[in-house]
Design a protein around this ligand. Sequence first.
Ligand code: ZN
Length: 302
Amino acid sequence: MKRAMFLLVLLGTGAISASVGRAQPDPAAIAIQKVAANLYVVTGGRGSGGQSNTISGCTTVFVTSTGVVLVDTKLPGFGKAILAQVKTVTDKPVTTIINTHTHGDHTGNDDKFGTSVEIVAQENTKTNMAKMDAFKGDKAVFLPKRTFKDTLTIGSGSERIDLYYFGAGHTNGDAMVYFPALRVLQTGDLFARKDAPRIDRANGGSGVAYPQTLSKAVATVKNVDIVVPGHSPLAKWSDLQEYQRYTTDLLNEVQTARRAGKNADAAAASISLADKYKGYTSEGLKLAVQAIYDELDSPRTR
Ligand SMILES: [Zn+2]
């Protein structure tokens, strides 16, 4: 049994080990990690072909008395691998999927857990998902049936889950998922990693609203010990607070550079937030600065 599952995991992750360096942990491997009593995070899941530079989003596994709640389902092709990991911690079926947002590295296997699974997302995310090829035609049955605008509570007592929408940021439908009994908050890609945010303007994302959206999150959600980011290892509440400050500084620096007459490339070259924010990288900086410039040049009418 164990060997079969191990094989499944190997098959699920594909032929990626060749490209991965020596002693480093394989970033593409799917692995499950216990976060709290009945909550686990499945990390990893590198894309193939054109997506080989993409590692799937974190998938949370919340085991309740009635079934398993998954938050996000990685890139297409990892459905069996996710299920194999779930089976290592419970025999209960997957009954609910929460999508933090529309992107394919978070919704890629929504269709792999059966049609009786309840799929939940913020209402703008449902609209965004309906535009994806992955949810057209026969696959439209896997669009979220349960949606919310600002908040939604699922379950009760120790199994309670609170969903929040705080405004535009990474997209216009980013849900934060809070497990109050466990003091765990999953941020989706509103806080993906310690780097400049990816701002998906085609799906309503906003670098101008970003700091305010995170500020609402930080002011609203109470009693968080562990943060599950979109694409990086477990973090602390203070890391989310710091990320709010980072996005504020980023926006301010972009506005200052723009007022000084710099173009987006020159602005990106002049901004060095990684010096101020320890442990941060700047891989997404150029794209983020460009997205903020584009937004300032042609603000969306609300
Ligand atoms: Zn995303």
